[in-house]
Design a protein around this ligand. Structure first.
Ligand code: HEM
Length: 500
C-alpha cells in the first residue's frame, strides 16, 4: 500500500496540484483561449505532441497545416506558453509597431546571445540599437564597396572548378563569401575566410540552427535544467563554441591593437571615420559603462550569425531561382551589363550602378517573398494589446506569419506560388498593404542590416552573372522547405555552371 502511494498516487497528486497552480496563474488567457480557434492542447505540453518525432521539414509542414486549418488569429498552448499566430497585414502592422510588443519570444534565449540586438530584452535593445544604427549609414555602406567587389571576385574564382561539370551545392561557397564579407566590413578584419577555415564556421552555425530549431518545437526541453541533461545540449555547445570562435579571435586582436596604439583619436576625429561595428562598440565600452564584456561578445556573435547566414541563404535562393528560370536570368544579366556598361566581370560595381539595378532588385525581392529567411518571427506582449479580432493579454507569445502573408493569394493574386519578379513593379507594389511583405521584419525592431544585405547581394549577383550562366536539375514543384531557424530548401541549392 505504501509503495502504491509512493510511486503512483503521490506523483499523480503532485501533477494535479501543479496543473491547478498553472491554470490559476494563467487564468487571464481563459477568455481569449475560448474565443479563438486552434489545435487541442494537453496539460504541460500543450500542442507539443504534434511535433514529437518529427523532422524539421515535417515540423514546418505541421505549422503550415495548423495555420491554414483554423481562422486567423490562431491560438495554441506550446508547453506553458500561450501562443497566438497572426498572418494578416493589419495585425502584423499593429504588433510590429506596438511599444507593448518589442520584447522577443522566450525561445530567442536559446541563441545564448542575450545581450545582442537580435534577442536582447527591449530595455537593453533600445540603448544598443540607438548606438549601433550609425554603423549602417549610407556613407559607411558605400565605404564597404571595394570589399564587396573583392570578395565577390574571389567567390567567382572559387567556383570556377565546377564549370562544365555536374551540379554542385552552391550554398556553402556563397556562405563562405558572405562570412568573409562580414568579417572584413563590420569587424574590420580581413580573414580570408573563403578557404577551408570558413567551412568550419559555416557548418557549426548550420548545426547549431538545426539543434535550436528542434528544441523550439519541444516545449519539454525549454527549461534549461532539463535541456542541459540532453545530448543535443552538448552538441549545441560544441557548435556554438566553433561558430563564435572567430568573433573571439577578432575581438582579442582588436583589443590588443587598441591597447598597443599610442595615439588615441579624439571622439570628433573618431566620428569622422567609418564607424566599423567593432570599433564603435569598443570605443563606447572604453568611454562609458554601456557595453560590458558580455554585451561586446553578444553583439559580435549576433552580427556574425545574423549578417552571414541570412544573406547566404537568401542569395543561394536567388541563384537557384535564376537557374530554374532562364528567361529571368537573361533579363537580369542584360540589365547588369547595360548598367555597368561591360560584360567583363573584372570591372567593379560602383555605388551609382546600384540604384539603377531595378530588375535585379525585383528578382531579389521576389526571391525573399517566396523564401523569407525569417519565415516566422516571435514577440511577447508586455501589456494588453488590441488586434483586429481580440485583445492579447500580457504574456501572450505572438507568432508573426511572414511566410503565410508572402504567399497569400489575397495580396499576391491567384499565382502567388509562382516566381514572378513583376510582383515588384512599382505600380503593383503601390497597390499592396505595406505589411504584406516583411522579409526584413518591420517597425522599430526590424533588421538593422537590410541595406547592407541588399547591397552585398546585388554586388555578388553582378559578379556571378557576368561570369557564369546557371542551370539546375531541380523544378519549383520539387522544392521542399524546412525551418532550421532560417527557412531553407531541403533539396539544397543544386546548380550547374557554364562560362559566359
Ligand atoms: C538578406 C539579408 C537579410 C535578411 C533577409 C534579414 C532578415 C532579418 C529579419 C527577418 C530580422 C528580424 C528577426 C526577428 O525579429 O526574429 C532581422 C534582424 C536582424 N538582422 Fe537581419 N537580415 C539580413 C541581413 C542582415 C545583415 C547583413 C546584418 C548585419 C550586418 C543583419 C543583422 C541583423 C540584426 C542585428 C538583427 C536584429 C535587429 C534588432 O532586433 O534590432 N541582418 N534580420
Amino acid at each position: 500500500m505504501f509503495l502504491l502511494w509512493h510511486f503512483l498516487a503521490l506523483p499523480l497528486l503532485l501533477s494535479v496540484a501543479a496543473y491547478l497552480v498553472f491554470r490559476w496563474k494563467n487564468r487571464r488567457f481563459d477568455r481569449i483561449s475560448a474565443e479563438l480557434q486552434g489545435p487541442k492542447g494537453y496539460p504541460f505540453i500543450g500542442c507539443g505532441h504534434l511535433f514529437i518525432g518529427k523532422s524539421n521539414e515535417q515540423q514546418f509542414a505541421i505549422l503550415n497545416d495548423i495555420t491554414k486549418t483554423y481562422p486567423s488569429p490562431v491560438r495554441a498552448w506550446l508547453g506553458q506558453k500561450f501562443v497566438v499566430f497572426i498572418d494578416n497585414p493589419e495585425d502584423l502592422q499593429i504588433v510590429l509597431n506596438s511599444p507593448n510588443c518589442l520584447e522577443k519570444a522566450d525561445v530567442y534565449r536559446f541563441f545564448h546571445c542575450e545581450k545582442g540586438l537580435f534577442s536582447s530584452p527591449a530595455s537593453v535593445w533600445k540603448v544598443h540599437r540607438k548606438l549601433l544604427s550609425p554603423c549602417f549609414s549610407p556613407n559607411i555602406l558605400a565605404s564597404f564597396l571595394p570589399i564587396f567587389n573583392l570578395k565577390s571576385a574571389i567567390l567567382v574564382q572559387r567556383i570556377e572548378k565546377h564549370v562544365g561539370r555536374k551540379e554542385f551545392k552552391i550554398n556553402e561557397d556563397i556562405a563562405r563569401c558572405t562570412l568573409d564579407m562580414i568579417c572584413a566590413t563590420t569587424l574590420g578584419t580581413d580573414m580570408d575566410l573563403q578557404s577551408d577555415e570558413g567551412t568550419e564556421y559555416i557548418r557549426a552555425i548550420e548545426e547549431a540552427c538545426e539543434l535550436i530549431n528542434q528544441r523550439v518545437f519541444k516545449p519539454w526541453l525549454h527549461p534549461d535544467f532539463i535541456y542541459e541533461k540532453t545530448k543535443n545540449f552538448q552538441l549545441e555547445k560544441e557548435s556554438f563554441e566553433k561558430a563564435y570562435k572567430m568573433a573571439r579571435k577578432v575581438l582579442k586582436l582588436k583589443q590588443e591593437q587598441r591597447s598597443k596604439s599610442k595615439y588615441v583619436p579624439t571622439r570628433a576625429e573618431d566620428e569622422k571615420k567609418p564607424q566599423i561595428y567593432i570599433d564603435q562598440i569598443l570605443r563606447i565600452a572604453e568611454e562609458t559603462d554601456i557595453f560590458d564584456d558580455a554585451d561586446i561578445r553578444d553583439e559580435l556573435d549576433t552580427i556574425i550569425v545574423g549578417g552571414n547566414e541570412t544573406s547566404a541563404v537568401t542569395l543561394s535562393h536567388v541563384v537557384l531561382m535564376l537557374a530554374m528560370h532562364q528567361d529571368i536570368q537573361e533579363k537580369m544579366y542584360n540589365e547588369i551589363v547595360n548598367v555597368i556598361g561591360s560584360q567583363d566581370p573584372s570591372i567593379p560595381v560602383h555605388n551609382d550602378h546600384l540604384a539603377n539595378l531595378n530588375y535585379t532588385e525585383m528578382v531579389i525581392k521576389e526571391t525573399m517573398r517566396l523564401f523569407p529567411v525569417g519565415a516566422v518571427i516571435g514577440r511577447t506582449c508586455t501589456a494588453p494589446t488590441k488586434i483586429s479580432k481580440a485583445t492579447l493579454p500580457e504574456g501572450t507569445v505572438i507568432i508573426l506569419g511572414v511566410f503565410n502573408v508572402h504567399r497569400n493569394p489575397k495580396y499576391w493574386g491567384p499565382q502567388a506560388e509562382r516566381f514572378n519578379p513583376d510582383n515588384f513593379l512599382p505600380e503593383r507594389a503601390a497597390e499592396r498593404h505595406p505589411y504584406s511583405y516583411l522579409p526584413f521584419s518591420g517597425g522599430p525592431r526590424n533588421c538593422i542590416g537590410y541595406k547592407y544585405g541588399l547591397m552585398s547581394m546585388k554586388i555578388m549577383m553582378c559578379h556571378l552573372l557576368r561570369s557564369y550562366r546557371f542551370r539546375s536539375p531541380l523544378k519549383m514543384e520539387e522544392l521542399q522547405l524546412k525551418m532550421s531557424i532560417t527557412l531553407k530548401v531541403t533539396n539544397k541549392h543544386l546548380v550547374q555552371i557554364e562560362k559566359r
